[in-house]
Each structure stands twice: as C-alpha cells, then as structure tokens.
Design a protein around this ligand. Sequence first.
Ligand SMILES: [Zn+2]
Length: 286
Amino acid sequence: MTVHAHPDDESSKGAATMAKYVAEGVQVLVATCTGGERGSVLNPKMDRPEVLADITNIRRAEMDRAREILGVEQAWLGFVDSGLPEGDPLPPLPEGCFGLQDPEEAAKPLIKLIREFRPHVMTTYDENGGYPHPDHIMCHKISVVAFEKAGDPELYPELGEPWQPSKLYYNSGWTRARMLALHEGMLAAGLESPYTEWLEKWADRDDRGDKITTRVECGEYFEVRDDALRAHATQVDPDGFWFHIPLEMQQKVWPTEDFELARSLVDSPVPESDLFAGIREKVDAH
Ligand SMILES: [Zn+2]
C-alpha cells in the first residue's frame, strides 16, 4: 500500500517500483488522501476556464487513467486539498482542509483501509513531507498513526479486524547524489542539463541521501511511470522539466527508486534491494 497526498503524487514517487511489483504479481493499492481540488493547473495546454471549473472531476478521471497504466488499485480517503500556501507571512489554511485535521482522527479511514486490504508493506513520505506541502506532512502523520494502530485489537473495533503491516518506508525524492549523477550524465552526452541552477543552490536544501536503506531496481518501468505521470495532464507539462532527461540515460545513470526503511517488524538487514525483504522469506517458510 502506498499512501499519497494528491492524485499525481503516486505517479512521481515510487511509480516504477509499483509497476515492477504489479508485474511480479503483487497486489498494490494506492491510498490518495485528498482529491487535489486546490492544485493549480500546471500544464499551459490545459489552463482553460472550463478545465478549472471542473477540476475535481477532471482530476478523478486523470487518476483513473494513471491507475490503469500502473496496474494498481486505488482508493480515496476523502479529504480536501489544503492548497500550497504562498506569501510572507503565509496565509492561514482553508477551513476543513486536510492539513488542519487532527492526525489521530484523520488516520481512521486509513486504518479501515489497512484492515480491509491487509498490506505487508506501506510507503509514505518522510516527516518533512518530502517537500513542505501541508498535505504531504499530514500524509506522513496519518500514515505513521495508522501503521502503529491498525494492528491493535483494542482500538477501533468498528474499523475492522486488526492488521499489522510489517514494514513502513518513506519515499526518497531528490537527493544531491541522484541529481548530480543525472546532471553529469547529460553533460557527458553533450546535452544541456536542467539541473545546473538547482545544484548551485543545493546547499540550502535538506539532503536525506544518507538515510536511504533500500534501492529498488526498476529502470525497465520508467516509461510506465512517465506514461502514468502524463495521464495527470492538468498537473504535468509534457514538455516540462520532468521529461528532459532521456529515459535510456536515467536507466543507465540511476536505475533505481530509493526508499528509507522507517519501521520494520521483520528481520531485513539494510541495505536492501526489495521492499518485501524479510517478508518473502517468512511467507516462504510457512
Ligand atoms: Zn502532492
């Protein structure tokens, strides 16, 4: 089970890993916390009044398409997008939005989903949200609460039979090492790197590269990931930055998606190359 804040996040964080596991026969469920109602239209070709007027339905249809491409199942947790507050000082979050929820309460629909789907592995974002969007931070919080409470038979009997996932991971997003590898790959091939400026400013950024425990080889599925991402047409500019690095180069230079193992109830020495390490062995032994 992968928990994500908005429709489109599942296609940019760990999507090739999901596609790989689906191809191996693993059942994968994406839990989407919000409907993405307050996301701006980031694709100039889709920035039209009729699109904005119907954004909720359009984002649902985009998610359906991405789900088909990835071969996963998907469920909405039903919260309302907080939007990304901008300005100094930051404006208050809109009333009732996901970012303002009490994590203990907001974890309940996720606990219910865990008890129904019974995942062995869960992924979510790190405590900083991967990037500081209030919905991403809340996604982290409810995932941790749900991981800790779903298996407790004393808690919430109305939400179903207890189920304890065995491992919890955080998606690793951009690290300096990954960006530098892609940057150098582009330059070595005589191509222009989109990362020059980012790398110069990297000193201000939080780098969690040293927290990575798990690298999943999934270059074969980068194309599926990109197709799923493009299905979120209001959120992704097909001519944009995401698609500047040729796939073959990504497959050569950085063929993995990376994760931080945050909790494990099974024996799985790190570094690992499989989110199910320590679980497959246990299942096989039975
Ligand atoms: Zn998001």
